[in-house]
Each structure stands twice: as structure tokens, then as C-alpha cells.
Design a protein around this ligand. Structure first.
Ligand code: SAM
Length: 472
């Protein structure tokens, strides 16, 4: 029986409820009156239920679809302004005991080169990332209790925060590791992680079990209930995601929103972020084998409908996607992107030779961070290296309160400008710096509070003179 408040995976992601939702959406895909009502609700930025959002996803009235895209763009602008948060993944180890059939780290793969970074190697990778200008990382590791125990992850986080190379610093470490115990989540919280990220891969239990035939990840309930354990362990920023291509996208979409509703119903706060990866070619993985791949248009529609359904949840896109697709979905609601990513273990210090490949997947966007920063500014965005919220304790419902009471423009906006200024001073190429300085001058005018604006101007001068790390 469907019950969003249940702590059992099969009840808060009830299979029959997902099927009924898909059916309801299909029956109403031409229902202009209902679609108008749903759009009206979305316009009030109240969010949508999984059922309502699924109707919009299924809608095939061209005129209404255009309204969906326009509204997603508007909501994105109203809530996030033109800021885009930057991050990079850091692969610590690709040892893994699972059998995920879409991932080249699966245990049966004897061809891929297995690597695990030592603490000294992590420090070198972090220096390389700092030298590009990164301030926020997402650490990634395979699941392997012998090679990558929680102690290794905790020690690595400590190392990452301790590296201070020139003016560089990693100020927020998000963590993407396998589902674990409440006790381990508590340890991650104590290690001061930002968001705990765990992709569901697929919400369809039967497919999930087939796609994860061996290893601890095979256990659907353990994986699906992980965010509840993370929250019980004190982590209040959690990041959901689905690996699109594994199952029917309408199934995943409805279930993903049901998961968000469950977190809200039980813990009083929804997911901090949602990621939307699509399967990519990798060492022994051929993405064409998976029958549920989605085209760019459907992908864009999914992003737009997520933006309408959970307006206050950040949306993340990685370098799995090309520059063109990234540009398209930035407009439709994406608020965070990675730049200059390497998906191989140790890849920031050394380019890997073909025959010694440890990468998790091929990246499509291969530009440098400076190229991505410059490109973002050219197309009207402010690249932000801000990490202030969680350092100021604005996580979970406190972050939500900030975003809902409209104070973002007096807080996130100046923070974005100050962290961009740091980037321009320390890492940017001359032409990027010129474009950035112009943008900052222009954007300062959009800070509503005169007092905040004057402090921001003062801080920008101090940054130019060599000080670092200001925040509201
Ligand atoms: N081992 C952890 C786990 O099981 O959740 C960490 C996650 S893994 C390092 C990061 C994510 O990459 C996975 O959750 C999966 O969604 C994604 N991934 C795996 N293989 C992929 C592929 N071939 N293409 C694109 N994404 C992939």
C-alpha cells in the first residue's frame, strides 16, 4: 500500500502507485484544462505532486509544452537568479565488490585498471583542483569494505580539507559513496561533509535487482532507504538521482518525486539536490545495450518538469553531457554543473594512457574550467564558487527557509560575486578576468539591500588586495 510516511522502500515507492501515476498521466496528456490548472499551481512556486508533474511530463500539446519550458526558465530565474554553482568530482578508488551491469567498476571487470589513491596522492589531486580554481568537490568511490572502508573515506575528507595550496582551499566536500549505516552517516556528518549524494539508479525494484545482480548493492530496500538513515545520522542535505536509460523514464520520474515527497513527509525537508545522469560509454560498457535511453528533447523536458515540481531543490548536471545539452538544460532549471572533470582515479595529476584506463565513464564536455567559466559568463550566467550555506549552518530546512523567503538575492548573489572575484584574481586567463570584472560591476547593482551592497563592494576591494573567504 502506498504510504509516503512509511519507512519501507516498497511502501513509499509503491510500484502500483507509480503505474497508476503513469496511467493517469497518459490519460490526461491532452487534457488542456487540467494542464492549465497544474501550470497555475506551479506558477505559484508551491511545487507539484508526482501525479501532477507526471501529467506535464506526458503532455503532448505543443503549445502547453512551450509554456512548461517558459515557466521552468522563469522559476529558475526567480529562485536561483543567474548563478550557477561549480564543482568537480574527485575519484578516490575504483575498487568495487558490486556487480552493477552499467558500471565499468563492477567486480567482474578484470580489464579496467584498479586504483586507490593514497593520502599523499589525494593531496596532489586536491592541489591540482585548487590550481584550477575549484572550491567544492564531490568525492566518489566504489563500494569495497576492505579497500575503501569508511575510515579511508573519513581520512580522505580530512586530507582534502587540510590542503591549502597558494590561495586555494576546498570548502565543501560532498560525498557520493554506497549506501551505509546510520553510524557511518553520523561519522560523515562529523567529518563536515556537505551533501550526501546517492543515485537510486532505478526505482523499479525488479529491474534494480537484475541490474545489480551481486554485491551489497543488490539489496533494493537497503539502497532505497539510505537517505532516511543518512538523515537519522544527522545529514540534512541529501542528493537524489536516477541513472536515465536503465528503466522507462516516466517510471523513474514519478518515483523520484515520490522519494522527494517521502523525505519531506518524514523529515520535514526534501532533497537538497537532484542529479540527472544518463548512461555513457565506458571501459566495458556499451550504452546502446540499454533499451531505455532518452533523447535530448525528453531529457530537457524531464529537467523542466523537475524544476516545476521541486522549485527549491538544486539540480545538477555533470560533464557526461555535451556543451550543447548543458546550455539547453541550464535554461530549464539546472543550477549546478561540474567543470574540467576527470572520472579516472588520479586523473587530475596525470592523463591516463589508453591501455591503463580507470575511468568510470567517458566525459562529453572536455573543456578546461576557465573555458567553462568564460562560456557561462558569455551566455549570461554568474559562475559561483560559493560554499557559504553549509558553513553558516544553513542546511536542510534552514536553507529552504532562506530560499523561500526571498533573501537569496541579498545572500547568494553577493556570495557568488565575491567567490567569482577570487577566481578571477587567482586563476582566470586575462580575457576571462576582463569579462568577469565587467559582469561583477554590472551585477552589484542587483543587490537589493544598500547595506549588503556596500559590504560586498568593500569585500571585493579587499579580495583584490589579497584577502580571501568572505561570505554572507
Ligand atoms: N559506488 C557508489 C554507489 O554505488 O552509489 C558511488 C557511485 S558511482 C562512483 C557514481 C555514479 O555513477 C553511480 O551512482 C552511477 O549512477 C553512475 N554511473 C555508473 N556507471 C555509469 C555509466 N556507464 N555512465 C554514466 N554514469 C554511470
Amino acid at each position: 500500500m502506498y504510504n509516503p510516511k512509511s519507512m519501507k522502500a516498497e511502501e513509499f515507492i509503491d510500484h502500483q502507485e507509480v503505474l497508476a501515476t503513469i496511467d493517469y498521466a497518459e490519460q490526461n496528456k491532452h487534457n488542456a484544462e487540467l494542464i492549465d490548472q497544474i501550470l497555475e499551481k506551479a506558477r505559484r512556486r508551491r511545487g507539484l505532486t508526482h501525479k501532477e508533474a507526471s501529467v506535464l511530463l506526458a503532455c503532448d500539446l505543443e503549445e502547453k509544452n512551450q509554456e512548461i519550458y517558459q515557466l521552468a526558465e522563469q522559476i529558475k530565474k526567480d529562485i536561483y537568479g543567474n548563478r550557477i554553482v561549480m564543482f568537480a568530482p574527485l575519484y578516490l578508488s575504483n575498487y568495487c565488490v558490486n556487480g552493477c551491469v552499467y558500471c565499468p567498476y563492477h567486480q567482474q571487470n578484470k580489464h579496467i585498471s584498479r586504483k586507490k589513491l593514497s593520502q599523499a596522492e589525494i593531496a596532489r589531486e586536491v592541489s591540482a583542483l585548487q590550481d584550477m580554481g575549484h572550491k567544492r568537490l564531490a568525492i566518489e568511490a566504489g563500494e569495497d569494505p576492505i579497500n575503501n572502508p569508511i575510515e579511508y573515506i573519513l581520512e580522505s575528507i580530512k586530507t582534502i580539507y587540510s590542503v591549502k595550496h597558494k590561495n586555494g582551499a576546498i570548502r565543501r566536500v560532498n560525498v557520493n559513496i554506497a549506501a551505509t549505516t546510520v553510524e557511518n552517516y553520523r561519522k560523515l556528518k562529523e567529518a563536515e561533509i556537505g551533501t550526501y549524494i546517492l543515485f537510486q539508479e532505478t526505482y523499479h525494484k525488479e529491474s534494480y535487482e537484475k541490474l545489480h545482480p551481486t554485491g551489497p548493492k543488490h539489496n533494493y530496500a537497503w539502497h532505497t532507504e539510505a537517505m532516511d538513515r543518512a538523515m537519522e545520522g544527522g545529514i540534512d542535505d541529501v542528493g537524489l538521482g536516477v541513472l536515465f536509460g536503465l528503466e522507462l523514464y516516466r517510471y523513474e520520474f514519478a518515483a523520484l518525486l515520490m522519494h522527494a515527497e517521502h523525505l519531506e513527509a518524514v523529515h520535514g525537508v526534501g532533497p537538497h539536490t537532484i542529479s540527472v545522469p544518463r548512461i555513457k560509454r565506458a571501459d566495458d560498457i556499451d550504452p546502446d545495450v540499454f533499451e531505455n535511453g532518452i533523447d535530448d528533447e525528453t531529457f530537457g523536458k524531464i529537467c523542466a518538469c523537475i524544476r516545476l515540481a521541486v522549485p527549491y531543490t538544486g539540480m545538477i548536471i555533470s560533464t557526461r553531457e555535451s556543451k550543447e545539452v548543458r546550455e539547453k538544460v541550464l535554461k530549464l532549471g539546472v543550477s549546478q554543473i561540474s567543470g574540467a572533470s576527470r572520472t579516472s582515479v588520479g586523473g587530475y595529476c596525470e592523463e591516463e594512457p589508453e591501455e591503463d584506463n580507470s575511468a568510470q565513464f567517458d566525459v562529453s564536455d572536455r573543456r578546461t574550467l576557465d573555458e567553462v567559466v568564460h562560456w557561462l559568463m558569455d551566455i549570461g550566467y554568474i559562475p559561483s564558487f560559493c560554499t557559504a550555506c553549509y558553513r553558516e549552518g544553513r542546511t536542510g530546512d534552514r536553507f529552504m527557509a532562506l530560499s523561500k523567503n526571498g533573501q537569496i538575492q541579498n545572500c547568494c548573489h553577493p556570495n557568488a560575486l565575491m567567490t567569482l572575484k577570487e577566481y578571477l584574481e587567482d586563476y582566470a586567463k586575462a580575457d576571462t578576468k576582463q569579462t568577469g570584472e565587467r559582469l561583477i560591476t554590472e551585477q552589484l547593482e542587483l543587490i537589493p539591500s544598500a547595506k549588503v551592497k556596500s559590504i560586498a563592494i568593500d569585500n571585493l576591494e579587499k579580495i583584490a588586495a589579497g584577502s580571501r573567504d568572505f561570505r554572507f
